[in-house]
Design a protein around this ligand. Structure first.
Ligand code: SF4
Ligand code: SF4
Length: 179
């Protein structure tokens, strides 16, 4: 007993008064990922990287919007989404009080993004913001005028049409060009 008292005296008070006082989490604490809608370009990198499928990025039923959705109930706070997001639209926060009252849907967060339709087939395939972001990145890349124009011509084209054009041009022995 005396030994315990000695130890307590040496280390002082190490317990916290939480929940009666706010709790300050440690540096680099992995709390709930915070989503900044305005920065999201709908690239889906977070959804691909998320090991627990807590994030999905997909077209809605009538393909009029690209839906970014986060289910906090599935999140394991690994931080992969934060690592891969190219625009800083998702970042681990210090938030840890995540209980909801009887309604699991309160754990779901959504963002709706405008869709981009393919300039060849007209089908929606991406978010408009992603196309704009890609064009900006291409403009900054040191490609040279001809290669830049060629690359830009592919940005508005869906993967299926790109594949078709590539195969057709390859078969014809031409360079990969979208007309
Ligand atoms: S922290 Fe991990 S589990 Fe949670 S949403 Fe991000 S990638 Fe998914
Ligand atoms: S911009 Fe960031 S948050 Fe938005 S879909 Fe891409 S990786 Fe996810």
């Amino acid at each position: 007993m005396m030994k315990l008292l000695d130890i307590s005296k040496k280390y002082g008070e190490i317990t916290h008064k939480y929940p009666f006082e706010p709790y300050k989490v440690a540096e680099n604490f992995r709390g709930k990922p915070a989503y900044i809608y305005d920065l999201c370009i709908g690239c889906a990198a977070c959804g691909v990287a998320c090991p627990s499928n807590a994030i999905t990025v997909q077209l809605n039923e009538n393909k009029s919007k690209l839906i970014w959705e986060f289910d906090c109930g599935r999140c394991i706070f690994c931080g992969r989404c934060d690592e891969v997001c190219p625009t800083g639209a998702i970042k681990l926060s210090e938030e840890f009080e995540l209980a909801v009252k009887f309604d699991k849907s309160a754990m779901i967060q959504r963002g709706e993004l405008e869709v981009q339709c393919c300039s060849e087939c007209g089908k929606p395939f991406s978010a408009k913001r992603l196309v704009k972001y890609s064009l900006e990145c291409l403009s900054k890349a040191n490609l040279g005028e001809k290669r830049l124009e060629e690359a830009k011509s592919y940005v508005n084209v869906c993967p299926t049409c790109k594949k078709t054009a590539t195969v057709a041009n390859f078969t014809a022995g031409k360079e990969m060009v979208i007309e």
